[in-house]
Write a protein that binds this ligand. Structure first.
Ligand SMILES: [Zn+2]
Length: 249
């Protein structure tokens, strides 16, 4: 595309027809020659350029023929049935604290005042930044999982009643998780991988041997009196989720 060729002809810049060359801050590296479409969007005081690129298929990872079960984490984002823990990025917390601070500041401003308008803009900016970082994280994580496994088994969110929970942190987590599922879904489709959704009820109270092992949320280590298994409780869940998925397949 000739148009696009000109768009990135100057290093560190993007060419826009009515404005000329503008400095570009990219969130990650991209091959300019592969970009097929540029979409300009204005949001919360900033201009964004969404780039669409056609990239060659990624070479599958070593274990790409293996199936995997994924469980939602409480202290981390997710756990894979092979023992991989996916941490929540630390920068989320930092920005969320900053957001809380700016929101308090905003609440003290007088309605209709100039300062209130400014404070509002600040809050919106941080919101947008958090949303962007979250999306980036979910894209990267889902891409690496779909690349590395053949079949992916996860919780069917429709089964769970998510609206019952009023805790903010939890609801944000649920929202991330459902977006994560969407990303996994379309990446699976694109790469010919399988996604299986299962009802995960009971997986936190069951052992791999099938025995019922009751434990409340404060108990992090699963210990089975019947078979003697001792394992991180979320890892047990992830393994059970995988098992359920493979049974239904
Ligand atoms: Zn057991």
């Amino acid at each position: 595309m000739d148009n696009v060729k000109k768009t990135f002809s100057k290093p560190g810049c993007i060419y826009l027809s009515k404005l000329g060359f503008i400095r570009l801050r990219n969130h990650r590296e991209f091959p300019a020659s592969a970009v097929s479409r540029v979409n300009i969007k204005y949001h919360a005081g900033k201009w964004y350029a969404n780039l669409t690129a056609e990239l060659p298929d990624v070479a599958p990872g070593e274990d790409s023929a293996k199936p995997v079960g994924i469980d939602v984490g409480i202290n981390h984002f997710a756990i894979l049935s092979d023992g991989t823990f996916i941490e929540n990025p630390k920068h989320f917390r930092k920005l969320e604290k900053k957001l809380a601070k700016e929101q308090r500041r905003l609440s003290r401003k007088i309605k209709g005042s100039n300062n209130r308008g400014k404070a509002k803009g600040k809050v919106a900016k941080i919101h947008a930044k958090i949303a962007n970082q979250r999306k980036d994280f979910l894209h990267q994580t889902s891409a690496s999982i779909v690349k590395n496994y053949s079949t992916i088994v996860m919780e069917d969110l429709k089964v769970r009643n998510m609206t019952r929970n009023h805790k903010l942190a939890k609801s944000i987590h649920d929202a991330s998780w459902s977006r994560f599922k969407t990303y996994i879904e379309y990446k699976c489709k694109r790469q010919g991988k399988d996604l299986i959704l299962v009802d995960t009820r009971g997986t936190s109270q069951t052992c791999l041997c099938g025995e019922l092992v009751r434990k409340d949320l404060s108990v992090r280590i699963h210990e089975c009196p019947t078979c003697g298994l001792r394992m991180n409780r979320d890892l047990v869940s992830a393994k059970l989720i995988l098992e359920r998925g493979l049974k239904t397949a």
